[in-house]
Each structure stands twice: as structure tokens, then as C-alpha cells.
Design a protein around this ligand. Structure first.
Ligand code: IVH
Length: 668
């Protein structure tokens, strides 16, 4: 054997060995060699390929380090659309799914398969003659991005299939994900590089697949599980379970937790068991998938345009996890209310890291009997603020001290009060900086100006550091001021400024809500924004004008008036205005209409639109809807069965129109 030939043979042997060990690690989960030994094989192969570039092939394991950066991603059409699964949240809905299946397959036995629903990014891979040809993301289901160069870097995904190659083309689908452990490592690395950490493993996986530089993707700890063979590739198997086995034999990683359920009741039970077990996995699972096992039955059941009729997702209820209370802090809100907050050992729950949870008030702390050092169960559902559900008493060490509400405000040191019969303790000092922090935090909250990244801790830093006194100052902050704050990198500072810039364009209703006027929540703010063209109009309205608006009672009207009459608040509004924050409603931007500036009263029942729709349309056209008829009313719209308002309008000689005439005025 010549030297060249034996070298060629060694290259082939090394590639086979590396593929074998990739497979043992990612597919069989039974590694046989150490990381060091694996790296040595890779180094030897890379050395040989460097000396003999003519031997390099595109599917060599060394190519997994990533090739040249790409310009962008080519769009590729899916041969078979990538659908999504319908979601269910209860056993009853699973039974209803079974009933739908049985209705289409009367008198047939139906077996189900239950498997984890991986919370990652779906991907479709096509292999031609056993070699990876193209990898495409789901995209809009019909076409996605060609991310082949990035997918090639993922060691868990074979670039060359093993076993007999009966078919020349195979397309498989699965989920690319980042294990929790890899995610934690990646975020630690990013933090030390001053890059923003990813919020959860799913975002990290999605962000990684979209990188232009495959070399960087190679450094991301991505893995994958496959769950479907599409098209002709599956013709050799009769069931989903056999398809899974076939994929495993071809070298694809598949979930080790796929099981058969003889009937839907067994499937329901399996789903419920997994709600607990999923916490032990090193990857995120957001539910289970129940599928009809027979591929022939799947075929007959078919799909709607959106989702298959043969499968359904069962989503787990809001996740509760355990963590340790490091401290209990007291936060002062915008109304002066003191809220105890548990400072937690950070934990990952429902898609993001949680480090604080509200304890509401002294009574709640006593009810839970939560103390510093305790292990607690916390829960976070959807967008709700995390909540402590219970203390795990068996884990309490020693006898930690009970929490007591302080007698003075933790921010301004003025004495606090808890009136008899009330649950809340308050700081009464109007100029307490703690209240300003609460107001700024509220202004930035999601329901108001939605300034992402401006959480309570940062607000506190801004106020403590003298950068802002009220939310009018937010828009004057400069990047250098921010970057000088502890734990704030230049990138985060720039992100926050970009968020502030975006928030300037929020609709008037969001701004009004953000002002934090007592009794003015999101709904009232919406009504006000629909009733006035801009903040100027709102400021000019008298208490009487305000109380005349439908849905606005005298207490709300008085509260709005007193807020706007305060010179301090007027000054904050002036700052917002000069910073370029939007202060105009939709109606104000409209051309003048027949209703612009008119006060309109609706009475009797309307037939073609609801009262609310009519009111919104009038506001949109620049009019204002009032609930009572007075000398200031310009127009009364009379529907069926009108009452006293109609009589009063007649008595005062106010113009009266019916629903059709209103529609004409509105141009609808
Ligand atoms: S089967 C309809 N099985 O969930 C296509 N999907 O909303 C058949 N997913 O887009 C999907 N784990 O990205 C299936 N074991 C699993 C899954 C799974 C995660 C994802 C997939 C799909 C989405 C469905």
C-alpha cells in the first residue's frame, strides 16, 4: 500500500470513527470515548486535510466548524407544507380530539403515540443519496430560509446517513434546540463578553440558526430531535413508531421518550405524568404531542390548511418551580404603597429568568410565613408577575427571623401608616423618591409606554444616580450617562435608548395610561383618548366636561382634573412634549369632518352598530361622546325606544338625528 493510499484510508477511517462517536453521543446517548480522545481524532483529521486539501469533502466532520459567512438566506419552498399543531390545555380537550378522530374512522381501533413537544425551532432536512442536501426553516410554513451551512455545524445532525440507502431522497423534520446546560454556559460567556444574554433557550436557538457566520454557529451548543419522515421516505414503514426507529437507524437523534398508548385515556395519563417529569430533562418541553400511530390512518385523516387532524399538542399548565429567597425587600409604589418583594436565587420559569416575586403585603407574608433563606415554589403564567405560591417548610434551615413591615419608608424614612381595616401600608410623603420610582416604573410598563428593559432595578439606579426625577426626564438620558451605571454595558445602554425612541410613537391612550392618574387604567385611558384630540384638549376639559363622557364617573373626573391642574404634572407633560413624545390621538390627525369638535349624545338602541362602535367612530371623526344632554350638547343621535335624553333634547331645541343620518355624517 502506497503512503498516499494509506493516508487516504486513514482519512476515511477517521471520518467513520468521528461519525460513529457522534452517533454514540447524540443518538444513542452512550458515549464511549472521552472529549479529549474525540478532540484528538478531530485534530488528526484536520491535520491530514490541511496537508492534502484535495481530500477535503463537504460532509467531512471537520467542516462542522463552519465555512465562510453568508450574505443572507435564500428562500426555499417546502415540497410539503410545514403545518403546526392545534393546542389543547385539558384532558377534556384531548377526549374531544379523540372523538373527532373516531368520527372520521368509525369502528376502527386507533392507537396513539405520546411524545414530548420540544420547545425549539422546526427544521426540514433533505438528503440526496444519503448526504445532507438542504436544510430549511419552517418560515411561514410554505417557504423558509435555507440554513444548510449553519445546520452542518451541528454535530447531532448527520451530514451522511448510515445503513442501507434504499431511497435516493429522504426528507425529515424535527426540532433544533439548545439544552438548558449549554444555554447557561453560553449566557455566562456572553455576559463576560458584554453581550446581552438570551432570555431563554428557544430564543438562543432561533438566534443561532439565523447567524450569518456558520463559524459562530459551530460554537453554539445546539442539538436536535427528529419526529417525522415526509413524502416517499416513509413508504417502508407502517406506523409513526416504526418511522422513529427508521430515523434512529439512519443516524438521526430521536427523543428517547416516545411511547405507545392503546387508547386516549392512557395518552391523557401519560401527558399528565410528564408535567412533572419534564423538569428533569436538560431541554425545554412545553407540552406533549399525541399522534395517531398508524400512518395509513394519518393519511386518511389528512389535514386542514393549518394543522393535521391526526395529531394534537397538549400544553402544560403554568409552570411552578422552586427556588430560594435571598432577601425580602420593600418596594414603594407610585401611590406610596409599600410592597414586600422576595429577592430570589434566579431561576428559569416559563421561558425567562425570574429573580423577584411580589409578596403583596404584610398579611400575605404572614399567610405564607415566608422568611429569608426559605425554599419557595413560585409560579408564572403568561405575562403575570411571578408569584410565591408556598414555602417548602421541610427545607427550612434553623429558625430564620419573621419578616416585619418597616415603620418608616425604606426610601424617604418618613413614618408609614397602615389604616385600621386596610391591608396596605403606605408612605404618605408626596415627594418621596420611592413614589417617583413607582411612577416611572408604571410609565414604562407593558400596558403603558412599554419601554422594554426598564425594570424596577434600573429605574432605581436612574433615580438614585440623579439621572431622572420623573418620567419626563427619561427622554433626556444620554448613552454615556447610562453606560456609567454599574452592570450596564454600552450595548444595553444603546438598546434602552432605542426602546425609549420607539416609545415616543405610542398611541395617546398608552401615554394617558402611563401618566398614572388615580382611577385611570387602560380602559379609561382608551375612552379619554377617543374623546379628545390630544393631551391639550384633555387638559382644557373641565371636571363637568369629563364627567359627561360615557364611562367616566365623577370620582374619575375629579381625579383627572386634579392631576392635570398640578403644576408639577404640567411640567412633566411639557418635558414629554418637547422630547417629541406623541401627544395626539388618532382623531386629531384626521382631516376635519362634519363632527369635528361637536359634542354628541347617543340615546335609544342602535341597530347596525353597537354603542361602543358608534362612540369610537364619532371620536375617530373628531367628535366627543357625552352621556348626558345639556346646553353644551351639539347633536343627539336617537335610536329605538329613546327615553328622557330625547325629551330633554327636544326641550332644549338641540339638533336630533337618527342612526342613518349619523352614518351619513360619518361617511360609512
Ligand atoms: S409533529 C404539524 N412532533 O411543534 C406538523 N411537532 O405546532 C407535525 N414540535 O411546528 C408536527 N415537538 O415545530 C411534532 N414531537 C413533536 C414536536 C413538534 C415540537 C413543534 C414543531 C411544530 C410545532 C407544532
Amino acid at each position: 500500500m502506497g503512503a498516499k493510499k494509506s493516508m487516504r484510508a486513514r482519512v476515511a477511517e477517521l471520518r467513520e470513527l468521528i461519525r460513529l462517536h457522534d452517533r454514540k453521543y447524540y443518538v444513542d446517548h452512550l458515549p464511549e470515548i472521552t472529549d479529549g480522545e474525540y478532540d484528538a481524532l478531530m485534530a488528526e483529521l484536520a491535520g491530514l486535510e490541511r496537508e492534502h486539501p484535495e481530500l477535503v469533502t463537504s460532509d467531512s466532520p471537520t467542516r462542522r466548524v463552519g465555512g465562510a459567512p453568508t450574505e443572507g438566506f435564500r428562500t426555499v419552498e417546502h415540497a410539503v407544507p410545514m403545518l403546526s399543531l392545534d393546542n389543547t390545555y385539558s384532558p377534556e380537550e384531548l377526549l374531544a380530539f379523540d372523538a373527532r378522530v373516531k368520527k372520521r374512522l368509525p369502528d376502527e381501533l386507533v392507537e396513539y403515540v405520546v411524545e414530548p413537544k420540544l420547545d425549539g425551532i422546526s427544521i426540514s432536512l433533505r438528503y440526496v443519496d444519503g448526504r445532507l442536501d438542504v436544510a430549511v426553516t419552517r418560515g411561514d410554513g410554505t417557504r423558509g430560509d435555507d440554513v444548510t451551512a449553519n445546520i452542518r455545524t451541528i454535530r447531532a445532525i448527520p451530514t451522511k446517513l448510515s445503513g442501507r440507502r434504499g431511497v435516493s431522497e429522504v426528507e425529515v423534520r424535527g426540532e433544533v434546540f439548545m439544552p438548558r446546560s449549554g444555554f447557561e454556559r453560553l449566557n455566562r460567556r456572553r455576559e463576560s463578553d458584554d453581550a446581552a444574554p438570551f432570555v431563554n433557550p428557544r430564543n438562543a436557538a432561533a438566534g443561532s440558526l439565523k447567524l450569518r457566520d456558520p463559524g459562530e454557529v459551530a460554537r453554539r451548543p445546539l442539538e436536535a430531535f427528529f419526529y417525522q419522515i415526509v413524502g416517499g421516505g416513509a413508504s417502508r414503514v407502517a406506523t409513526h413508531l416504526e418511522a422513529i426507529e427508521l430515523m434512529r437507524a439512519m443516524g438521526f437523534p430521536v427523543s428517547p421518550d416516545i411511547t405507545l398508548a392503546a387508547h386516549i385515556e392512557a395518552a391523557v395519563e401519560r401527558c399528565q405524568e410528564w408535567d412533572d417529569r419534564r423538569r428533569d430533562l436538560d431541554y425545554e418541553v412545553d407540552g406533549m404531542v399525541v399522534k395517531v400511530n398508524s400512518l395509513e390512518q394519518q393519511e386518511r385523516l389528512g389535514s386542514t390548511t393549518k394543522s393535521p387532524r391526526w395529531g394534537i399538542a397538549y400544553k402544560f399548565p403554568a409552570e411552578a418551580v422552586r427556588t430560594v429567597v435571598r432577601d425580602i425587600e420593600v418596594q414603594v409604589g407610585r401611590t406610596g404603597k409599600l410592597t414586600p418583594v422576595a429577592v430570589l436565587e434566579p431561576v428559569f420559569v416559563s421561558g425567562s429568568t425570574v429573580s423577584r416575586a411580589t409578596l403583596h403585603n404584610q398579611d400575605e407574608v404572614e399567610r405564607l410565613d415566608v422568611r429569608v433563606g426559605d425554599t419557595v415554589a413560585i409560579e408564572k403564567g403568561g405575562e403575570v408577575i411571578p408569584k410565591v405560591i408556598e414555602v417548602v417548610k421541610s427545607k427550612r434551615l434553623g429558625r430564620p427571623r419573621r419578616f416585619r413591615m418597616p415603620e418608616t419608608c425604606p426610601v424617604c424614612r418618613e413614618p408609614v401608616v397602615r389604616p385600621d381595616g386596610e391591608v396596605d401600608t403606605r408612605c404618605r410623603n408626596e415627594s418621596c423618591p420611592g413614589r417617583s420610582m413607582g411612577r416611572i416604573h408604571h410609565f414604562a410598563s407593558r400596558g403603558a409606554m412599554d419601554i422594554r428593559g426598564l425594570g424596577y432595578a434600573l429605574v432605581r439606579q436612574l433615580v438614585d444616580g440623579g439621572l431622572v426625577r420623573d418620567f419626563g426626564d427619561l427622554y433626556r438620558i444620554e448613552v454615556d450617562d447610562l453606560a456609567a451605571l454599574p452592570r450596564m454595558g454600552e450595548r444595553s445602554a444603546e438598546n434602552l435608548l432605542a426602546e425609549l425612541e420607539k416609545s415616543k410613537k405610542r398611541p395617546l391612550a398608552k401615554l394617558i395610561h402611563g401618566l398614572g392618574i388615580r382611577h385611570v387604567g387602560a380602559r379609561v385611558a382608551q375612552v379619554l383618548a377617543e374623546s379628545f384630540p390630544d393631551i391639550g384638549g384633555l387638559s382644557a376639559a373641565s371636571e363637568e366636561d369629563l364627567a359627561a363622557i360615557e364611562e367616566i364617573g365623577p370620582a374619575i373626573a375629579a381625579s383627572i382634573r386634579s392631576f392635570l391642574a398640578s403644576p408639577r404634572n404640567a411640567e412633566v407633560l411639557r418635558k414629554l412634549d418637547s422630547a417629541g413624545v406623541n401627544m395626539r390621538g388618532r382623531s386629531a390627525r384626521q382631516r376635519k369632518t362634519a363632527l369635528t369638535g361637536l359634542t354628541v349624545v347617543l340615546t335609544g338602541s342602535l341597530v347596525r352598530v353597537t354603542r361602543h362602535e358608534a362612540a369610537a367612530a364619532i371620536a375617530e371623526a373628531g367628535g366627543r361622546v357625552s352621556s348626558s344632554v345639556s346646553s353644551k350638547t351639539d347633536l343627539v343621535v336617537v335610536g329605538g325606544d329613546p327615553g328622557s335624553k330625547h325629551r330633554k333634547a327636544l326641550a332644549l331645541g338641540i339638533k336630533i338625528i337618527d342612526e342613518t343620518e349619523l352614518e351619513e355624517l360619518l361617511g360609512i
